[in-house]
Design a protein around this ligand. Structure first.
Ligand code: GRF
Length: 215
């Protein structure tokens, strides 16, 4: 097993960040459940193979997930990366890729799971929010946390403005977490938390965000 497969449904800004941060050659395929997903164009720019699999053509979630897994498994990836893939995954799929499936969520988990995480953070009047990269388990937006990036919430933030600032940090934290996993610099302990092995290049990769990112 080597490399990654990235699953998207939309604009693909995280996919672009993964490509820009030196990981394009590791991506074996980008798969979208929507033919119109803008992220497919990003994959094409990098000459990465793409596939579209429309969930509406399947009778139920498991049937779709089985068809999806069949495409993914052709590439035998070390890691499956959810990057704005707007489908809840079946227990079958999560088990099939246990410890090989990661997600990025726009909040400091376990706070604000589900959709509109940025709006939830603003309405709860919390002082900071951010982004979390985690291994996927059957419970939505849970699972061992690999890295988190913190963003201060400002008085005039709207969900859109906050989303933009969180997205900036997502674009650093996700490529960072993926490269740590590919380098075998992560270890899942008791299926509960992740030990990330530090190396001296880490801070140069995290760049201007290094004081906001924890792992
Ligand atoms: C990001 O906000 C990510 O946290 C969430 O979905 C969004 C995907 O955005 N899981 P993009 O398609 O990568 O631009």
């Amino acid at each position: 097993m080597d490399g990654i497969v990235v699953l998207i449904s939309g604009r693909g800004s995280n996919l672009a960040a993964i490509c820009k941060n030196g990981l394009a050659s590791q991506i074996k395929c980008v798969i979208s459940n929507k033919a119109a997903a803008l992220g497919l164009n990003i994959a094409k720019e990098y000459n990465i193979p793409t596939e579209v699999i429309d969930h509406k053509l399947y009778n139920d979630r498991t049937e779709f997930d089985q068809a999806l897994a069949k495409i993914i498994d052709k590439h035998n990836p070390k890691l499956v990366v959810l990057a704005g893939f707007m489908r809840i995954l079946s227990p079958y799929f999560v088990k099939h890729y246990l410890n090989r499936l990661i997600n990025i969520h726009p909040s400091l988990l376990p706070s604000f799971v589900g959709i509109n995480a940025q709006e939830q953070a603003i309405s709860e009047k919390v002082k900071v929010s951010g982004a979390t990269v985690h291994f996927v388990t059957e419970q939505l937006d849970h699972g061992p946390i690999i890295a988190q990036g913190v963003v201060k919430i400002l008085p005039n933030d709207t969900p859109d403005i906050l989303s933009q600032r969180i997205l900036e940090i997502e674009h650093t934290i996700y490529p960072f977490a993926i490269s740590k996993i590919l380098k075998n610099h992560t270890k899942i302990i008791d299926q509960k938390y992740v030990e990330v092995i530090y190396d001296e290049n880490d801070n140069s990769i995290l760049g201007k965000y290094q004081s906001q990112i924890y792992y």
